[in-house]
Ligand binder design. Structure first.
Ligand code: PLP
Ligand code: COI
Length: 340
Protein backbone atom coordinates (compact mmCIF):
# COMPACT_ATOMS: atom_id res chain seq x y z
CA UNK A 1 0.00 0.00 0.00
CA UNK A 2 1.35 3.49 -0.86
CA UNK A 3 2.30 5.44 2.25
CA UNK A 4 0.83 8.82 3.16
CA UNK A 5 2.90 11.80 2.07
CA UNK A 6 4.24 12.69 5.53
CA UNK A 7 7.67 14.06 6.51
CA UNK A 8 8.18 11.06 8.81
CA UNK A 9 11.52 12.15 10.26
CA UNK A 10 10.17 15.48 11.45
CA UNK A 11 6.94 14.67 13.25
CA UNK A 12 6.49 15.39 16.94
CA UNK A 13 4.47 13.58 19.59
CA UNK A 14 1.15 15.17 18.56
CA UNK A 15 -2.37 14.03 17.69
CA UNK A 16 -3.30 13.80 14.04
CA UNK A 17 -6.33 12.18 12.46
CA UNK A 18 -5.74 8.93 10.61
CA UNK A 19 -8.25 7.11 8.42
CA UNK A 20 -10.01 4.65 10.75
CA UNK A 21 -10.68 4.02 14.42
CA UNK A 22 -12.35 1.09 16.22
CA UNK A 23 -15.43 1.87 18.32
CA UNK A 24 -17.41 -0.52 20.54
CA UNK A 25 -20.18 0.48 22.95
CA UNK A 26 -21.26 -1.20 26.19
CA UNK A 27 -25.00 -1.16 26.89
CA UNK A 28 -27.47 -3.49 28.68
CA UNK A 29 -24.59 -5.41 30.22
CA UNK A 30 -22.58 -6.22 27.10
CA UNK A 31 -20.04 -4.87 24.61
CA UNK A 32 -21.30 -4.76 21.01
CA UNK A 33 -19.28 -6.15 18.07
CA UNK A 34 -17.64 -2.81 17.32
CA UNK A 35 -16.97 -1.12 13.99
CA UNK A 36 -14.16 0.68 12.20
CA UNK A 37 -15.29 4.22 11.47
CA UNK A 38 -14.05 7.46 9.88
CA UNK A 39 -15.65 9.59 12.61
CA UNK A 40 -13.09 10.96 15.07
CA UNK A 41 -15.66 12.81 17.19
CA UNK A 42 -17.61 11.65 20.24
CA UNK A 43 -21.00 13.16 21.12
CA UNK A 44 -21.88 12.82 24.80
CA UNK A 45 -24.61 13.70 27.23
CA UNK A 46 -23.56 16.74 29.30
CA UNK A 47 -23.80 14.57 32.43
CA UNK A 48 -21.75 11.62 31.08
CA UNK A 49 -19.82 9.71 33.76
CA UNK A 50 -16.50 10.63 32.18
CA UNK A 51 -17.32 14.35 32.27
CA UNK A 52 -18.50 14.40 35.89
CA UNK A 53 -16.38 11.88 37.79
CA UNK A 54 -13.54 11.22 35.32
CA UNK A 55 -14.43 7.59 34.77
CA UNK A 56 -11.87 6.81 32.09
CA UNK A 57 -8.80 4.71 31.49
CA UNK A 58 -6.51 4.28 28.51
CA UNK A 59 -3.54 2.45 27.06
CA UNK A 60 -0.62 3.29 24.80
CA UNK A 61 1.31 1.03 22.43
CA UNK A 62 3.07 1.35 19.10
CA UNK A 63 3.15 -0.29 15.66
CA UNK A 64 6.45 -0.29 13.75
CA UNK A 65 7.70 -1.28 10.33
CA UNK A 66 10.28 -3.94 11.07
CA UNK A 67 13.60 -4.28 9.25
CA UNK A 68 12.12 -6.93 6.94
CA UNK A 69 9.13 -4.76 6.05
CA UNK A 70 6.42 -6.27 8.29
CA UNK A 71 4.13 -4.11 10.36
CA UNK A 72 4.44 -5.33 13.96
CA UNK A 73 3.43 -4.29 17.45
CA UNK A 74 5.03 -5.04 20.80
CA UNK A 75 3.36 -7.21 23.48
CA UNK A 76 -0.23 -5.95 22.93
CA UNK A 77 -1.50 -8.76 25.19
CA UNK A 78 0.06 -6.94 28.17
CA UNK A 79 -1.77 -3.70 27.28
CA UNK A 80 -4.98 -5.73 27.00
CA UNK A 81 -4.48 -7.20 30.48
CA UNK A 82 -3.50 -3.87 32.03
CA UNK A 83 -6.65 -2.30 30.60
CA UNK A 84 -8.69 -5.07 32.25
CA UNK A 85 -6.97 -4.22 35.57
CA UNK A 86 -7.65 -0.49 35.07
CA UNK A 87 -11.30 -1.08 34.18
CA UNK A 88 -11.90 -3.29 37.23
CA UNK A 89 -10.36 -0.76 39.63
CA UNK A 90 -12.57 2.00 38.15
CA UNK A 91 -15.76 -0.13 38.22
CA UNK A 92 -15.88 -0.26 34.42
CA UNK A 93 -16.71 -3.37 32.36
CA UNK A 94 -13.45 -5.02 31.16
CA UNK A 95 -13.01 -5.45 27.40
CA UNK A 96 -12.03 -9.03 26.55
CA UNK A 97 -8.20 -9.20 26.06
CA UNK A 98 -8.38 -11.33 22.88
CA UNK A 99 -10.89 -8.91 21.39
CA UNK A 100 -8.63 -6.02 22.45
CA UNK A 101 -5.67 -7.51 20.55
CA UNK A 102 -7.83 -8.23 17.49
CA UNK A 103 -9.20 -4.68 17.53
CA UNK A 104 -5.63 -3.30 17.72
CA UNK A 105 -4.64 -5.44 14.73
CA UNK A 106 -7.73 -4.42 12.73
CA UNK A 107 -7.21 -0.72 13.50
CA UNK A 108 -3.52 -0.78 12.54
CA UNK A 109 -4.33 -2.70 9.33
CA UNK A 110 -6.95 -0.11 8.43
CA UNK A 111 -4.32 2.64 8.89
CA UNK A 112 -1.37 0.77 7.33
CA UNK A 113 -0.49 3.73 5.10
CA UNK A 114 0.13 5.81 8.24
CA UNK A 115 2.64 3.35 9.74
CA UNK A 116 6.02 5.11 9.35
CA UNK A 117 8.61 3.35 7.19
CA UNK A 118 11.53 1.45 8.74
CA UNK A 119 14.44 3.71 9.63
CA UNK A 120 12.41 6.94 9.79
CA UNK A 121 12.59 7.06 13.59
CA UNK A 122 8.80 7.47 13.72
CA UNK A 123 6.15 4.94 14.81
CA UNK A 124 2.37 4.62 14.79
CA UNK A 125 1.14 5.36 18.32
CA UNK A 126 -2.00 3.42 19.26
CA UNK A 127 -4.32 4.86 21.90
CA UNK A 128 -7.08 2.59 23.28
CA UNK A 129 -9.42 4.50 25.61
CA UNK A 130 -12.56 3.61 27.62
CA UNK A 131 -14.99 6.03 29.25
CA UNK A 132 -18.43 6.25 30.91
CA UNK A 133 -20.97 7.68 28.47
CA UNK A 134 -24.41 7.77 30.11
CA UNK A 135 -25.67 10.43 32.51
CA UNK A 136 -24.71 9.97 36.17
CA UNK A 137 -25.23 12.67 38.76
CA UNK A 138 -24.96 10.73 42.03
CA UNK A 139 -21.42 9.49 42.64
CA UNK A 140 -21.62 6.05 41.06
CA UNK A 141 -20.28 4.20 38.03
CA UNK A 142 -21.90 4.72 34.62
CA UNK A 143 -23.87 1.85 33.09
CA UNK A 144 -22.88 2.62 29.48
CA UNK A 145 -19.34 2.93 28.10
CA UNK A 146 -17.40 3.42 24.91
CA UNK A 147 -14.15 1.67 24.02
CA UNK A 148 -12.25 3.28 21.18
CA UNK A 149 -8.85 2.68 19.55
CA UNK A 150 -7.31 5.41 17.43
CA UNK A 151 -3.83 5.86 16.00
CA UNK A 152 -1.41 8.57 14.90
CA UNK A 153 2.14 8.66 13.55
CA UNK A 154 4.53 10.10 16.14
CA UNK A 155 8.17 11.06 16.57
CA UNK A 156 10.18 11.25 19.82
CA UNK A 157 8.31 12.07 23.06
CA UNK A 158 11.09 14.35 24.29
CA UNK A 159 12.36 17.02 21.92
CA UNK A 160 15.96 16.28 21.07
CA UNK A 161 15.32 12.54 20.69
CA UNK A 162 17.97 10.51 22.47
CA UNK A 163 19.73 13.46 24.17
CA UNK A 164 19.74 13.29 27.98
CA UNK A 165 16.97 15.25 29.67
CA UNK A 166 16.78 17.24 32.91
CA UNK A 167 14.13 16.49 35.50
CA UNK A 168 13.13 18.01 38.83
CA UNK A 169 11.94 16.44 42.04
CA UNK A 170 8.29 17.48 42.19
CA UNK A 171 6.68 19.30 45.08
CA UNK A 172 3.41 17.64 44.10
CA UNK A 173 2.33 14.02 44.48
CA UNK A 174 1.11 11.96 41.55
CA UNK A 175 -0.58 9.09 43.34
CA UNK A 176 -1.68 8.19 46.86
CA UNK A 177 -0.85 4.99 48.77
CA UNK A 178 -3.71 2.53 48.09
CA UNK A 179 -4.93 4.85 45.32
CA UNK A 180 -4.89 4.47 41.52
CA UNK A 181 -1.22 5.00 40.66
CA UNK A 182 -0.84 1.37 39.51
CA UNK A 183 -3.54 1.60 36.84
CA UNK A 184 -3.79 3.78 33.74
CA UNK A 185 -6.64 6.02 34.89
CA UNK A 186 -7.07 9.37 33.15
CA UNK A 187 -7.40 10.93 36.60
CA UNK A 188 -3.72 10.17 37.40
CA UNK A 189 -2.72 12.35 34.47
CA UNK A 190 -5.09 15.15 35.53
CA UNK A 191 -3.26 15.02 38.89
CA UNK A 192 0.06 15.56 37.11
CA UNK A 193 -0.87 18.40 34.73
CA UNK A 194 -0.13 21.30 37.08
CA UNK A 195 3.17 19.66 38.03
CA UNK A 196 4.29 19.20 34.41
CA UNK A 197 3.28 22.73 33.38
CA UNK A 198 5.24 24.04 36.39
CA UNK A 199 8.29 21.90 35.55
CA UNK A 200 8.26 23.02 31.92
CA UNK A 201 7.92 26.68 32.93
CA UNK A 202 11.02 26.25 35.10
CA UNK A 203 12.95 24.70 32.19
CA UNK A 204 12.73 20.99 33.12
CA UNK A 205 11.60 18.18 30.84
CA UNK A 206 9.77 16.07 33.45
CA UNK A 207 9.13 15.48 37.16
CA UNK A 208 10.48 12.83 39.47
CA UNK A 209 7.69 11.94 41.89
CA UNK A 210 8.57 10.59 45.32
CA UNK A 211 6.30 8.34 47.41
CA UNK A 212 3.45 10.43 48.80
CA UNK A 213 3.58 8.94 52.31
CA UNK A 214 7.23 9.61 53.21
CA UNK A 215 8.73 11.54 50.30
CA UNK A 216 11.85 9.42 50.59
CA UNK A 217 11.48 6.79 47.85
CA UNK A 218 11.60 7.22 44.07
CA UNK A 219 8.30 6.51 42.30
CA UNK A 220 8.17 7.44 38.60
CA UNK A 221 7.61 10.42 36.29
CA UNK A 222 4.31 11.62 34.81
CA UNK A 223 4.58 9.25 31.86
CA UNK A 224 7.42 6.76 32.40
CA UNK A 225 9.14 4.47 34.94
CA UNK A 226 12.77 4.85 36.06
CA UNK A 227 15.73 2.60 35.45
CA UNK A 228 19.08 3.17 37.12
CA UNK A 229 22.47 1.55 36.64
CA UNK A 230 24.84 1.16 39.59
CA UNK A 231 28.58 1.81 39.28
CA UNK A 232 29.16 -1.95 39.07
CA UNK A 233 26.62 -2.37 36.23
CA UNK A 234 23.50 -3.66 38.04
CA UNK A 235 20.21 -2.48 36.49
CA UNK A 236 17.89 -1.25 39.25
CA UNK A 237 14.24 -0.23 38.99
CA UNK A 238 11.96 1.07 41.76
CA UNK A 239 9.34 -1.26 43.21
CA UNK A 240 6.13 0.40 44.38
CA UNK A 241 2.41 -0.35 44.50
CA UNK A 242 1.58 3.17 43.34
CA UNK A 243 3.47 3.28 40.02
CA UNK A 244 2.28 2.05 36.64
CA UNK A 245 3.67 -1.43 35.84
CA UNK A 246 5.40 -0.33 32.65
CA UNK A 247 5.53 -2.94 29.90
CA UNK A 248 8.72 -1.33 28.58
CA UNK A 249 10.35 -1.56 32.03
CA UNK A 250 9.32 -5.21 32.50
CA UNK A 251 10.73 -5.97 29.03
CA UNK A 252 14.00 -4.11 29.75
CA UNK A 253 14.54 -6.04 32.97
CA UNK A 254 14.07 -9.34 31.09
CA UNK A 255 16.42 -8.19 28.31
CA UNK A 256 19.03 -7.01 30.85
CA UNK A 257 18.98 -10.35 32.70
CA UNK A 258 18.33 -12.93 29.98
CA UNK A 259 19.82 -11.37 26.84
CA UNK A 260 22.65 -9.19 28.18
CA UNK A 261 23.46 -11.25 31.29
CA UNK A 262 23.36 -8.22 33.63
CA UNK A 263 22.43 -8.28 37.29
CA UNK A 264 18.97 -6.79 37.90
CA UNK A 265 17.10 -5.61 40.99
CA UNK A 266 13.49 -4.49 41.37
CA UNK A 267 13.38 -2.94 44.83
CA UNK A 268 12.58 0.19 46.77
CA UNK A 269 14.98 2.96 45.73
CA UNK A 270 15.52 5.75 48.25
CA UNK A 271 16.08 9.20 46.80
CA UNK A 272 19.25 9.39 48.95
CA UNK A 273 21.00 6.72 46.88
CA UNK A 274 20.18 8.27 43.47
CA UNK A 275 23.36 10.40 43.56
CA UNK A 276 25.42 7.20 43.69
CA UNK A 277 24.03 5.66 40.48
CA UNK A 278 26.13 5.77 37.30
CA UNK A 279 23.21 6.09 34.85
CA UNK A 280 19.54 7.01 34.91
CA UNK A 281 16.82 6.68 32.27
CA UNK A 282 13.07 6.91 31.78
CA UNK A 283 11.27 4.07 30.08
CA UNK A 284 7.85 3.75 28.52
CA UNK A 285 6.07 3.29 25.22
CA UNK A 286 6.26 6.99 24.38
CA UNK A 287 9.63 7.61 26.07
CA UNK A 288 11.21 4.32 24.80
CA UNK A 289 14.39 4.73 26.89
CA UNK A 290 15.23 8.39 27.43
CA UNK A 291 18.46 9.08 29.28
CA UNK A 292 18.40 11.47 32.24
CA UNK A 293 21.49 13.68 32.53
CA UNK A 294 20.56 15.82 35.51
CA UNK A 295 18.13 15.80 38.44
CA UNK A 296 17.36 19.04 40.24
CA UNK A 297 16.24 18.91 43.88
CA UNK A 298 15.52 22.21 45.59
CA UNK A 299 18.78 23.99 44.81
CA UNK A 300 20.90 20.84 44.61
CA UNK A 301 21.82 18.98 41.41
CA UNK A 302 22.64 15.38 40.69
CA UNK A 303 24.74 15.09 37.54
CA UNK A 304 25.19 11.60 36.13
CA UNK A 305 28.70 10.75 34.88
CA UNK A 306 27.39 10.01 31.36
CA UNK A 307 26.72 13.75 30.99
CA UNK A 308 24.29 15.78 28.89
CA UNK A 309 25.42 14.73 25.40
CA UNK A 310 24.84 10.99 25.10
CA UNK A 311 23.38 7.93 26.78
CA UNK A 312 25.50 6.05 29.30
CA UNK A 313 26.97 2.74 28.06
CA UNK A 314 24.57 0.34 29.79
CA UNK A 315 21.44 2.33 28.93
CA UNK A 316 22.69 2.50 25.32
CA UNK A 317 23.04 -1.32 25.29
CA UNK A 318 19.54 -1.75 26.72
CA UNK A 319 18.16 0.73 24.19
CA UNK A 320 19.86 -0.97 21.24
CA UNK A 321 18.71 -4.42 22.33
CA UNK A 322 15.11 -3.45 23.11
CA UNK A 323 14.60 -1.45 19.91
CA UNK A 324 16.46 -4.19 17.99
CA UNK A 325 13.87 -6.71 19.21
CA UNK A 326 10.99 -4.32 18.44
CA UNK A 327 12.30 -3.69 14.92
CA UNK A 328 12.95 -7.37 14.25
CA UNK A 329 16.74 -7.00 14.03
CA UNK A 330 17.30 -9.13 17.14
CA UNK A 331 15.23 -12.16 18.06
CA UNK A 332 13.40 -11.54 21.34
CA UNK A 333 11.54 -13.86 23.68
CA UNK A 334 8.68 -15.86 22.13
CA UNK A 335 5.48 -13.85 21.59
CA UNK A 336 6.88 -10.35 22.16
CA UNK A 337 6.52 -9.15 18.59
CA UNK A 338 3.11 -9.53 16.97
CA UNK A 339 2.97 -9.35 13.18
CA UNK A 340 -0.08 -7.37 12.08
N1 PLP B 1 4.34 5.30 33.88
C1 PLP B 1 3.37 6.11 33.45
C2 PLP B 1 2.76 7.05 34.42
C3 PLP B 1 2.94 6.06 32.10
O1 PLP B 1 1.99 6.87 31.67
C4 PLP B 1 3.55 5.15 31.23
C5 PLP B 1 3.12 5.05 29.84
O2 PLP B 1 2.33 4.23 29.48
C6 PLP B 1 4.57 4.33 31.72
C7 PLP B 1 4.94 4.43 33.05
C8 PLP B 1 5.25 3.35 30.83
O3 PLP B 1 4.46 2.23 30.60
P1 PLP B 1 4.60 1.39 29.27
O4 PLP B 1 6.02 0.96 29.20
O5 PLP B 1 3.68 0.23 29.49
O6 PLP B 1 4.20 2.26 28.15
C1 COI C 1 2.69 5.97 26.82
O1 COI C 1 3.92 5.90 26.94
O2 COI C 1 2.07 5.29 25.99
C2 COI C 1 1.90 6.83 27.67
O3 COI C 1 0.73 6.63 27.79
C3 COI C 1 2.55 7.96 28.34
C4 COI C 1 1.98 9.27 27.96
C5 COI C 1 2.68 10.27 28.79
C6 COI C 1 2.11 9.59 26.50
Amino acid sequence: MAKQNIDWSNIGFEYSKTAKRFVSNFKDGKWDDGVLTDDNTVVLNECAGVLQYSQSCFEGLKAYTSENGHIVCFRPDLNAQRMVDSAKRLEMPPFDPDRFVKAVVDTVKANADYVPPFGSGATLYIRPVMFGTNAVIGVKPATEYQFRIFTMPVGPYFKGGAKPITIKVSDFDRAAPHGTGHIKAGLNYAMSLHAIVTAHAEGFDENMYLDAATRTYVEETGGANFIFVTKDGTVVTPKSDSILPSITRRSIMTVARDVLGLKTEERKVSFEEVKDFAECGLCGTAAVISPVGKIYDHGKEILFPSGMEKMGPTIQKLYDTLTGIQMGRIEGPEGWVKVI
